[in-house]
Design a protein around this ligand. Structure first.
Ligand SMILES: [Zn+2]
Length: 238
């Protein structure tokens, strides 16, 4: 096989992985939705083996569950698991806050402000799906800026799982975060005020958790192939 064949194969796996990841995080695919290998294979024009590779990556992120007979579904965390996720998330993000305050720079401030402006724009444009994803990505970016790659990896995983929890237990299409609260956090980082930043992060995540635990009534009936096809098109043109 030539190098270009390998690269093409690789990028198809990447497109399929990102399409499904965004569709799940943006709550376009509900927890519990079946993800058959052959359906994924036909949308992304790949073998079942490659489709399985994509599902394994998503399973590793905590977004997909693979049960007996290799039948994969969008993960459906129980209420206990949801509480555990929030517990771990609070601990991790406290560590992020401490590191961020220590390393704070003008460049970080500018970058995070740009991110918040994008969050604002998504809300103004009424783009709920994007707004849900950007809210989560704010926290992932913070973890990345902490300079600890392991912290980033774990925060990425819990934030993604929180999206599933919101999809399951909150009102349909609830975003994780209030943008005003993100803005307040940046002010505290800027002042290198660790106690204030910790307090704000605690309150912020407490509010996210509260929003997540409102009983929801999600009753979407969407076609799996339609949803992932839409996402695949967006990622291909990104
Ligand atoms: Zn937030």
């Amino acid at each position: 096989m030539t190098t270009s064949h390998v690269e093409e194969k690789k990028s198809r796996v990447e497109v399929a992985y990102l399409s499904l990841r965004y569709a799940i995080i943006e709550q376009a695919l509900e927890p519990g939705t079946k993800l058959p290998e052959d359906a994924i294979g036909s949308v992304f024009e790949m073998s079942r083996t490659l489709a399985r590779e994509v599902l394994t990556k998503l399973q590793y992120d905590g977004l997909v569950e693979v049960k007996r007979k290799r039948s994969a579904t969008v993960a459906r965390p129980s209420l206990t698991e949801a509480q555990e996720v929030f517990g771990v998330r609070k601990c991790l993000e406290r560590a992020v806050v401490r590191q961020i305050c220590e390393r704070w720079s003008k460049v970080m401030e500018e970058e995070l402000e740009k991110h918040i402006r994008a969050e604002d724009d998504a809300i103004k444009a009424d783009n709920n799906a994007l707004s849900i994803r950007l809210a989560g990505e704010f926290h992932i970016r913070l973890a990345e800026l902490s300079g600890n790659s392991l912290l980033k990896k774990y925060v990425d995983e819990v934030v993604s799982r929180c999206s599933l929890i919101l999809a399951l237990y909150a009102r349909p299409h609830s975003s994780q975060c209030a943008v005003t609260e993100h803005r307040e956090l940046i002010k505290a980082f800027s002042a290198k005020d660790v106690p204030r930043a910790l307090e704000l992060m605690n309150e912020h995540l407490g509010a996210v958790e509260q929003r997540a635990m409102i009983p929801g009534t999600a009753t979407k009936k969407l076609d799996l192939c339609d949803v992932i096809q839409k996402y695949a098109g967006q990622i291909d043109h990104a």
